[in-house]
Design a binder for this molecule. Structure first.
Ligand code: PFF
Length: 448
């Protein structure tokens, strides 16, 4: 081994089998599950939307997940060069690859701002500052209007960098092995608290008893877009993680396990949030402010609310942190491959630049409302550009590459002949159309 290193050959970074599945679940379970999923489910009428989400996970999410993992593992390259390495010749596949690194970098810039908010709220909750009768909307506004979001953003970025710098198995996998079970315990504790609240039954039935009359064509596209986001697709993450997966690991069962993990965490998050808000008479369609304004109000009047509120925000912080870890790894893998940087140099350079780029986004929501245009803050613009435009475009690229260009897709995915035919059919004919519809809808061209 000594000779190996002396020759300048770096030991390749790899996940263990279980560590890979846990790390992909850790990436999937994020603010999307605990913050966004409950509020869009609330806005689209509850249980029927949840069913739709499950169908989208199965029909679109899992085939794309498998495609990204298979491309990553076969190319053993960063997300930027996986297409070209597998035979996507020409400039356009190179550009398509670069997009798989640019998009996660942009997401990282604003996602870390929100990671910071969750840490701030965990501290607020535990310190007992979220008392009954507080104007929670005012507290939130005052917080994002000041300097503290930047301080928390810096702390969060350092923590994320500190995990990623330790490497794939020594950092990402090692921390996820601790944090995923921690999240499971917190979720279960919080679920027991919320389903035993008086009036919880109404929230449970809103979430689990379908009323199909509430569904609109728009709900279908929202569910589809969310299934895609929730599995961390189109962000280069699974292309990158795929490159660290052992040759002998079966990707089909792994994809199923990751999808199931994501779904279970979303289900439990719903079972925490809906009973709580119904029990305290809060409307389920509050929108994005649900988690930072409506829930603190509920915790403030609940028995042992300081403890449970604190635990809830710790849960949210861990979920956000582990997703941010996975997205930082994408540009890091790229910089190592492209410029031959060491992991340490790549992590701290990218974390630093992304932190600096995130500052104008953070303050555009508070003290610098002039940083924005056409009625949207800079923060909202970057969120809109990535979530609504770049992610569906990335999804389209992956499905077209795996469905039409890549000749070895079958062997790489390791499916039986029958499943391979179904998978290819979905990638070729169904998913491109659906992704195109999502793109037209989220970009505002298709109005429903
Ligand atoms: N699946 C993640 C979530 O639900 O939050 C999506 C994600 C967003 C992953 C941002 C990573 C990230 F930085």
């Amino acid at each position: 081994l000594g000779v190996y290193y002396a020759m300048g050959v770096q030991k390749e970074e790899r996940f263990s089998k279980g560590g890979f599945i846990l790390s992909a679940i850790a990436s999937a379970v994020g603010l999307g599950n605990i913050w966004k999923f409950p509020y869009i489910t609330g806005e689209h009428g509850g249980a029927a939307f949840f069913l739709l989400f499950i169908i989208c996970l199965l029909l679109v999410g899992l085939p794309l997940l498998l495609a990204e993992l298979a491309i990553g593992r076969s190319s053993r390259a960063s997300a930027a060069s996986s297409f070209t390495k597998l035979g996507g010749g020409g400039r356009s596949w190179r550009i398509a690859g670069l997009l798989q690194v640019l998009t996660p970098f942009l997401i990282l810039c604003f996602y870390v701002v929100v990671v910071g908010w969750t840490f701030h709220y965990a501290v607020l909750a535990f310190s007992g500052s979220l008392q009954a009768g507080t104007d929670f909307g005012g507290v939130f506004k005052q917080f994002i209007g000041g300097y503290m979001p930047i301080v928390w953003q810096a702390i969060s970025m350092m923590l994320i960098g500190w995990i990623v710098v330790k490497g794939v198995s020594g950092g990402i996998e090692r921390f996820n092995k601790i944090l995923i079970p921690t999240m499971a315990v917190l979720l279960l504790l919080l679920m027991i608290r919320s389903v035993t609240l008086p009036g919880a039954g109404e929230g449970i039935s809103f979430f689990l008893k379908p009323d199909f009359s509430q569904l609109t064509p728009e709900s279908a596209l929202v569910a589809l877009g969310h299934a895609f986001f929730s599995l961390s697709l189109g962000m280069g993450i699974l292309l990158t993680y795929g490159a660290y997966v052992d040759r002998r690991q079966s990707l089909g069962p792994a994809a199923l396990a990751i999808g199931a993990g994501d779904l279970i965490y979303a289900l439990i998050a719903g079972l925490i949030i809906f009973p709580t808000i119904f029990s305290f008479g809060i409307a389920p369609n509050e929108g994005p402010s649900l988690v930072f304004i409506a829930l603190p109000a509920a915790f403030s009047v609940m028995p042992l609310g300081t403890l449970f509120g604190g635990l809830f925000f710790v849960l949210l912080a861990i979920a956000a942190l582990t997703s941010a870890v996975s997205i930082l790894e994408v540009p890091v893998a790229f910089a190592k491959e492209q410029w031959g940087w060491s992991r340490t140099k790549a992590v701290w350079t990218i974390a630093g630049i992304s932190f600096l780029c995130g500052i104008p986004l953070a303050v555009s929501l508070g003290m610098r409302p002039d940083l924005g245009f056409l009625g949207k803050s800079l923060f909202d613009w970057i969120d809109f550009l990535t979530s609504n435009i770049l992610l569906p475009v990335s999804g389209l690229i992956v499905t077209i590459f795996a469905g039409y260009y890549w000749k070895q897709a079958g062997e790489a995915a390791g499916l039986s002949a029958r499943w391979f035919r179904i998978w290819l059919f979905m990638l070729r004919y169904i998913i491109p159309i659906l992704m195109l519809l999502v793109l037209l809808h989220t970009s505002g061209i298709l109005k429903l």
